[in-house]
Design a binder for this molecule. Structure first.
Ligand code: SF4
Length: 81
């Protein structure tokens, strides 16, 4: 094999490695996005009667952690009528 063939082989290997890493990062990004979305959908506040839907006071019981992941296991959750 000549120098040109080795160059193509090495360049091709680097291109495939770069392509694989890009796919891997894209897959990780989509997986993290999916997990994040699933977690956000578990927050019950918008279905709770104490939720005000206002930026100043989101919840009359727990305004500090309303609409956060902490609210997933909120003991004061009461479904709206
Ligand atoms: S009481 Fe709990 S579940 Fe209801 S809005 Fe407040 S933080 Fe969310």
């Amino acid at each position: 094999m000549g120098v040109e063939s080795w160059g193509r082989l090495i360049f091709g290997a680097f291109a495939w490695i770069f392509f694989g890493l890009t796919l891997w990062r894209l897959g990780s990004f989509v997986r993290d996005l999916w997990i994040r979305a699933a977690t956000m959908h578990r927050i019950p506040c918008t279905q709770c009667q104490f939720f005000t839907n206002q930026t100043v006071l989101k919840c009359t019981v727990h305004p500090d952690w309303a609409n956060t992941e902490t609210a997933i296991f909120c003991r004061d959750f009461h479904p709206q009528d």
